[in-house]
Structures are given as structure tokens and as C-alpha cells.
Design a protein around this ligand. Sequence first.
Ligand SMILES: C[S@@+](CC[C@H](N)C(=O)[O-])C[C@H]1O[C@@H](n2cnc3c(N)ncnc32)[C@H](O)[C@@H]1O
Length: 253
Amino acid sequence: MSNVEEKLAKSLTAETTELIPYLPYLLQDLWELGSGPKGIKELVLKNISISENTKILDLACGKGAVSIQLAKAFGCKVKGIDILPEFIDYARKKAEEYSIQNLCEFKVEDINQSVINEEDYDIVILGAVGDVLGNTAETLSKLKRTVKKGGYIFIDDAYSLDGSNERYLSREQWNIVFRDAGVALVDEKIIDDSELEEINKYNQDCIIARANELKKANPEKAEIFEGYIRSQQAECDELEGDITGVTWLLQVI
Ligand SMILES: C[S@@+](CC[C@H](N)C(=O)[O-])C[C@H]1O[C@@H](n2cnc3c(N)ncnc32)[C@H](O)[C@@H]1O
């Protein structure tokens, strides 16, 4: 199994690449797959002077929830890239529904390729994508290449509250990574606990219903669908527990 497939599965909280063909079905009821478009819009309004000439790159855009809502709100140009063709089809249909096809371009591509080809953007977004572009230092260095000097980077990630969770950096460790990468932390958005619980519950209910349908249709694969329900729940519990999900807004120095 390729590294790209393993990281793709992980980016959508799947423990096995066997689930990849079923992810569009499991996630068909959800549009927002990670980042909160509302929080990103607020950060843009508060910190960035945005116009119809602003060019945004949304890497691993999923079904385009962030791209489309930014283009609709600010009239700016957005390019969204994701590796799953079903997600890109969905994003194109949504752009039509919002009557902003002229502002949005959606493309199927591995973002490891996009960070080499794409450049000169005002803003780049990497929303809830995990380690697809490498560790945090590698990720920031690749994202920096895609924006102009003084351009902005949005990343969605999480930090460990007391530094005791081995898989997540503490806030202090993130600050060191930012400094070493040559980016300044401009602002951040932390989702409030009750909103997070509500989103997690809605998402989990939708996923459980679809996983149960798949179990009925493919009883021989019941265990992988059960496993998906468990891994989704574990992620919700972790985010409601000792790690904090955050959207960082960074500026290239
Ligand atoms: C948790 S979702 C986040 C989607 C979107 N950013 C959002 O917040 O709604 C992770 C996304 O990463 C995409 N992805 C994973 N590996 C990728 C790769 N190598 N190239 C492009 N997209 C990738 C998945 O297809 C999925 O849409």
C-alpha cells in the first residue's frame, strides 16, 4: 500500500486503506469535513484586507466547504485541490448551487504535487489534513512556497493542553516551530466546547447510519465499518478531552 494512500486514510480517521473506496459513501451526508468555514471567515475579516483580486489556495479541500464559503462571502478567487474525485465532483456541484462557479476552480491532485506547482497565492489553507505534507516543519516550508511574501497560511491542527499527549505538540512547541519556519502567529480560533460537542454528535450520527447500511450490504467487511465508527468516536473524545483543536492564522515573514 502506498504512503499516499495510508496518509489519505489517516486524514479521514480511517485505520485501514481498505476503507478508502467506502469513504465517499460514509461521509456523503457531511459537507464540512474538518475546518470550520465560519471560524476562518471571522479570522479573515478581522486580520486580512481581502478583495476580489485575492487568490486563495485550499489544499486537501475535501468537498470545498471552506473554499466555497470564502468565495461567496468575499468574491475572491479560490482554487481547491483534493485527491478524492468524488469530493471534487461534490465541490463543483456546490459551487454551481452557490452561483460562484466563475470564482472557483476544483482539481483532483495529490497535494504533494500541488505544493511544487502552485505559487503566488495571497492565502493558502490546509484544513485538518494531518501529516500528508510531512511533519509540521516540512509542512510549513512547503506551504510557504505557495504564497507571496507577506502572504497568509491557515492550518487546522491541535495542541496538547499540558504537553502530556505524545501525538500532539504543546502550545510552546508550536511557537518554536512557527519561529523556526519563519512565520508569525497572527491570530487563532478555538472552537468552543458546546459547539464542538454538537458538531461531533451530528457527524457521528450520520457516519454510524451510513456504516450500518454498509455493514448490511457487505457483512464480510462488517469489522472495518465498526472500526471506522470506533476511530471516529476516539477522535471526538480526544478533541473533547486533553487536546484542543485550533485554526492558526500565520503570516510569512
Ligand atoms: C479531514 S478532511 C478535510 C477536508 C477539508 N480541508 C475540510 O476541512 O473540510 C482531509 C482531506 O484530505 C484529503 N487528502 C488526503 N491526502 C491527500 C493528498 N495526498 N492529496 C490531496 N488531498 C488529500 C482527503 O481526501 C480529505 O478530503
